[in-house]
Design a protein around this ligand. Structure first.
Ligand SMILES: Nc1nc2c(ncn2[C@@H]2O[C@H](COP(=O)(O)OP(=O)(O)OP(=O)(O)O)[C@@H](O)[C@H]2O)c(=O)[nH]1
Ligand SMILES: [Mg+2]
Length: 196
């Protein structure tokens, strides 16, 4: 849920990067952090295990200019993809305004993509949210892999109705990272405008 501070004239949005373990969620935030000017970003927080797997979440605050005289702050979070960290994922989804689902294009991760998507839907339901109400875009990551699955095959398991905007990415090279963020941010702003 976006929070609006009228006195300070600022709006805060929460964007969550969701997806299976090792799909590249943390890499997305790292690349965004590396590419935005210093005065647009706050400190990035990584809560990770020794082997760089996200343990609780990553957090990156961004300030992306003004909308109707309000400063807009986007708080980007990643969830830990590893199956057994579901309590963390549930907590992190609390108050979410928009989601980038980061799917892994590796053939042996097709099922993990499907399971993570189902898990996201379930956790949203737990917060009283329906998947169709939340601004959501799909990033197909790791398109550089020699054996990357065809985009339609991944789509068939997470978005069979072709409802979502889809972006192909090589997050580790910084490609296709900003497009999904921009798209979901626009959807979030549109939703806020429609409500007010
Ligand atoms: N080949 C390839 N590797 C990538 C790409 N993006 C990320 N990786 C690598 O995939 C591995 C996992 O990336 P992370 O960003 O840590 O994955 P994550 O989704 O945050 O994983 P969890 O925190 O466990 O959920 C790292 O070694 C990355 O360098 C990509 O586009 N192509
Ligand atoms: Mg991570």
């Amino acid at each position: 849920m976006s929070t609006i501070n009228l006195a300070a004239r600022e709006i805060n949005f929460k964007i969550v990067y969701y997806g299976p373990g090792l799909s590249g969620k943390t890499t997305n935030l790292q690349k965004i952090y590396d590419s935005v000017p210093e005065d647009s970003r706050g400190e990035m927080v990584n809560l990770a295990t020794e082997d760089e797997r996200t343990l609780f979440f990553d957090f990156l605050p961004l300030e992306l200019g003004k909308v109707s005289g309000f400063r807009t702050r986007f708080h980007l979070y990643t969830v830990p993809g590893q199956v057994f960290y579901n309590t963390s994922r549930k907590i992190i989804l609390q108050g979410v305004d928009g989601i980038v689902f980061v799917a892994d294009s590796a053939p042996n991760r097709l099922r993990a993509n499907a399971e993570s998507f189902r898990n996201m839907r379930e956790n949203l339901t737990g917060h009283g949210l329906d998947l169709t109400e939340v601004p959501l875009v799909l990033q197909l990551n790791k398109r550089d892999l020699d054996d990357a699955l065809p985009a339609d095959m991944i789509r068939a398991v997470v978005d069979p109705e072709h409802r979502l905007q889809v972006f192909e990415a090589v997050a580790s090279a910084g490609t296709g990272v900003f497009e999904p963020l921009r798209a979901v941010s626009e959807m979030v702003l549109q939703q806020l405008a429609a409500k007010s």
